[in-house]
Design a protein around this ligand. Structure first.
Ligand SMILES: Nc1ncnc2c1ncn2[C@@H]1O[C@H](COP(=O)(O)OP(=O)(O)OP(=O)(O)O)[C@@H](O)[C@H]1O
Length: 387
């Protein structure tokens, strides 16, 4: 491997150059130095080696080869710092080489839901990036967390997800919704054929989760009988989504009575079990919170939710809980729908926008004549496609 060896004195010189007089490449490389993205071996210092600069439509891409021992995640996690130094939007990808995309323009502030293309499978649009649209695939990554301070787009995101799934899988998708923000947001969707039940307080949530737990046990028995290990390899087409909004309301704390604590601990246990084992059985958890703390994000949920979305958060430590790294606190304070999507990489997006009116227009045909308050179990049978 050819490394670019530079003496420490040169590193210091680049770091001290005023950024206004440097070109983009030099600014990027001075960030590498300031962030100590280098490998020291004996008295030598190895830094990423510049390979080429590519011009694209609306962007310039700087390609680097990383020295042995420097992991791409260390740099990808620092994209926001490079972005601040360049004063331009930046995206970093690793594909044998490190690709640093520097964009001429910011993302659009509005990405209408009607502009989202149709895609097959159990994918939903997370948002628009500079070069494409990110989709989250629930058959690959069953569980998801969504964090974000109030009024930055969590509820709109949930409505995008529901609308997209119902439009693409009307016969196969079903939802259990735990709406602990007064039940105001989702009540109007209770009559949707795809909505099994909505819980609007902690007691209703506990009853609903108990039902879900029973259903999981029944489904486990079916899987065992058929020697199935994952729903995607079975003829079962159905998927059941459990939406929790707001998770902090299901978090026990020391001010609560013993009964209250036991109720919420029971809820947390079922949610942890869903995250741990029920993904393979076709259950998908979407777990939302305004206040990401270690307490309100149970370890099993966080560990098993490999798709993590965050809208703006008040501080870096909240961002670390939500997406395992800082950055959400640096999202713009005046752009709702702007977020970060963390999987093995970190991407910034503008999420689709759908209004309640448009959601109603799109889903109006799926309303039941009578509401479904009494329904506690999945009454629709599995859709099994043997073709
Ligand atoms: N993707 C988006 N594009 C454009 N505007 C958006 C988007 N998402 C949300 N907004 C705007 O921000 C407002 C608040 O969004 P939303 O209700 O989703 O916030 P929230 O995070 O769920 O807040 P809360 O936690 O208080 O319920 C919306 O009414 C809408 O005006």
């Amino acid at each position: 491997m050819i490394e670019w060896l530079i003496p420490p004195i040169a590193i210091g010189a680049v770091a001290l150059m005023p950024t206004s007089r440097m070109n983009e490449r030099k600014i990027i490389e001075s960030c590498f130095h300031r962030l100590e993205l280098l490998v020291k071996e004996d008295d030598k210092v190895y830094v990423p080696t510049f390979k080429e600069k590519k011009k694209g439509d609306g962007y310039t891409c700087y390609v680097y080869k990383l020295p042995r021992g420097l992991h791409s995640e260390e740099i990808i996690n620092d994209a926001i710092i490079i972005e601040e130094a360049l004063k331009k939007p930046v995206e970093i990808e690793y594909n044998y080489f490190l690709h640093i995309y520097v964009y001429d323009k910011d993302l659009p502030k509005m990405f209408p839901y009607k502009d989202v293309p149709d895609v097959k499978g159990w994918r939903i649009p997370v948002g628009k990036t500079h070069r494409d649209i990110i989709y989250h695939d629930y058959d690959k990554t069953p569980h998801m967390t969504i964090a974000g301070t109030t009024r930055f787009g969590k509820t709109v995101m949930l409505k995008n997800i529901m609308t997209y799934l119902i439009e693409h899988h009307p016969e196969e998708v079903s939802f259990y919704i735990i709406d602990l923000k007064g039940g105001l947001e989702f009540e109007r969707y209770r009559k949707l054929q795809q909505v099994n039940d909505i819980a609007t307080n902690q007691e209703e949530a506990a009853i609903m989760l108990n039902t879900i737990h029973d259903n999981i046990k029944e489904r486990e028995a079916i899987f065992r009988k058929n020697l199935w290990s994952n729903i995607i390899d079975t003829p079962i087409k159905n998927r059941t989504f459990i939406i929790v909004d707001e998770a902090a309301q299901l978090t026990p704390d020391s001010s609560m009575s013993k009964e209250e604590k036991e109720l919420l601990e029971g809820c947390q246990r079922v949610l942890s079990e869903v995250a741990r084992v029920a993904g393979a059985l076709g259950y998908r958890l979407i777990y939302c919170t305004q206040y990401p703390t270690a307490d309100c994000m149970p370890r099993q949920v966080k560990m098993n939710a490999d798709g993590k979305i965050s809208f703006r958060l008040p501080a870096g430590y909240a961002s670390k809980v939500a997406i395992d790294e800082t950055g959400a606190e640096k999202l713009p304070s005046n752009i709702p729908g702007r977020g970060l999507y963390k999987t093995h990489e970190l991407k910034k997006f503008q999420s689709p926008y759908i209004s309640d009116k448009e959601m109603m227009e799109r889903l109006g045909g799926f309303m039941r004549v009578a509401p479904n308050r009494e329904k506690k179990t999945e009454t629709r049978s599995y859709t099994i496609d043997l073709g």
